[in-house]
Design a protein around this ligand. Structure first.
Ligand SMILES: *[C@@H]1O[C@H](CO)[C@@H](O)[C@H](O)[C@H]1NC(C)=O
Ligand SMILES: *[C@@H]1O[C@H](CO)[C@@H](O)[C@H](O)[C@H]1NC(C)=O
Ligand SMILES: *[C@@H]1O[C@H](CO)[C@@H](O)[C@H](O)[C@H]1NC(C)=O
Length: 372
């Protein structure tokens, strides 16, 4: 087996100082499995061995109706939550913009407002994109390209040839316990559920493309060859529009076991990936990725619960609506979902809860083999 060596310059972004530590040599089994180059350092756990991931979702910046006012409130929410939670990683789980109202002339100025609090907090983050991020004046591919240029700690990528039209944002991010480890302890997967309309006005499919199932199999085979069996790692997965099986989960929800708001009533069309066949990527995920603690979706702003789908064993969790733009009721509140991995428990389980803007917490559950 060939080893190649890459110099990794570890910049101390997170500590807030700007000097560089001495470069360390890291043996790599395969360059494709270390997809980020300087200045983006490897994403790592906290020094105490824990890892806190925070999800903002459905920010809906740039709305025609009172957009400036709502965006200022959303920036304030992000700034406050980032300061108080000090996460190790942030995910923006789709619908960054209300693209239906976006102007080609200033869409980057709108995106800059979203990246500003993340850049200021020097926190690594990445995005999925939603049905409102594909519209006449904006596409997922354009948002990805701009984010990479405008945010030094963005880990968002596109995988050319995978995901179908408007679904370029399928990728994964390795998270290491220590920056010089040979293999990551956790892999974050991001699937692009497309939706919205193309720049010429045609409706785009609103589910994860079938090509993604095979891509998951190919990528995991390489990972297993280089890093050892999938059982040694944990995973979390993110996609904006929930899978079709979400409908059955909602029909059988028990609010004691699966707490959290349940205020959106998902229809068979529009609200979830349209037909059961569109969940092809789920079977591949369940088969190839071990210790997958949750698949996390947004899109339905009034849902917050987590529930396990029994045939595949995949737990679906909904985000918390974070943006003041987009539909919703004030009493639903605004906030973030948090995943907290305790030291040395990464493959066994993770705690997750909804944190509201005022600091209050609800719907706390421990996702492990016992969770239903
Ligand atoms: C999109 O861009 C065009 C040209 O800049 C503009 O005329 C239009 O108002 C924009 N917005 C929408 C929603 O199409
Ligand atoms: C973008 O342009 C539109 C139309 O001119 C304007 O209403 C909106 O406030 C602008 N947004 C920003 C962030 O500059
Ligand atoms: C919900 O779960 C709780 C706790 O296991 C149980 O006591 C209750 O009977 C369940 N409710 C329904 C409607 O199944």
């Amino acid at each position: 087996m060939m080893f190649s060596f890459q110099t990794l310059l570890v910049l101390t972004y997170l500590s807030g100082t700007s000097f560089a530590l001495p470069a360390v040599q890291i043996p790599l089994l395969n360059d494709a499995l270390d997809p980020y180059a300087s200045p983006r350092p490897r994403v790592t756990f906290s020094t105490d061995g824990s890892f806190k991931l925070l999800v903002f979702s459905d920010l809906h910046f740039g709305e025609r109706d009172r957009g400036d006012e709502k965006d200022a409130q959303s920036v304030q929410l992000m700034t406050r939550i980032l300061a108080e939670e000090q996460p190790d990683y942030v995910v923006i789980n789709g619908d960054l913009l209300t693209g239906d109202d976006t102007f080609a002339s200033n869409v980057t100025a709108v995106l800059d407002q979203i990246f500003a609090p993340l850049n200021a907090a020097r926190v690594p983050f990445s995005s999925t994109h939603g049905n409102h991020d594909n519209h006449l004046n904006i596409t997922h591919a354009q948002e990805i390209e701009y984010e990479q240029a405008a945010a030094p700690l963005s880990y968002t990528r596109a995988s050319p040839g995978v995901g179908g039209q408007g679904g370029e944002g399928c990728y994964w991010v390795p998270v290491y316990k220590n920056a010089d480890d040979e293999a990551p302890a956790l892999v974050l997967w991001f699937f692009d559920s497309r939706g919205g309309i193309s720049s010429s006005g045609e409706a785009l499919a609103d589910w994860v493309d079938e090509s993604v199932a095979e891509w998951i199999a190919r990528e995991t085979e390489q990972m297993n060859d280089a890093w050892g069996p999938s059982e040694q790692r944990a995973a979390l997965a993110f996609t904006h529009i929930p899978p079709h099986f979400a409908l059955d989960l909602q029909a059988n929800l028990n609010s004691t076991l699966e707490p959290g708001l349940n205020e959106d009533h998902m229809g068979p069309h529009g609200s979830t990936q349209s037909t059961p066949g569109n969940d092809a990527f789920i079977s591949s995920l369940a088969h190839n990725v071990k210790n997958l603690h949750a698949l996390v979706s947004g899109h339905d702003h009034g849902l917050e619960w987590c529930k396990r789908e029994t045939t595949t064993g995949v737990v679906l969790c909904f985000n918390k609506h974070s943006g003041y733009g987009g539909y919703g009721q004030d009493w639903w509140g605004f906030g973030a979902r948090i995943f907290q991995f305790a030291p040395d428990e990464v493959t066994r389980g993770v705690e997750t809860w909804i944190r509201l803007e005022d600091g209050s917490v609800r719907a706390k559950v421990h996702l492990n083999s016992q969770y239903e």
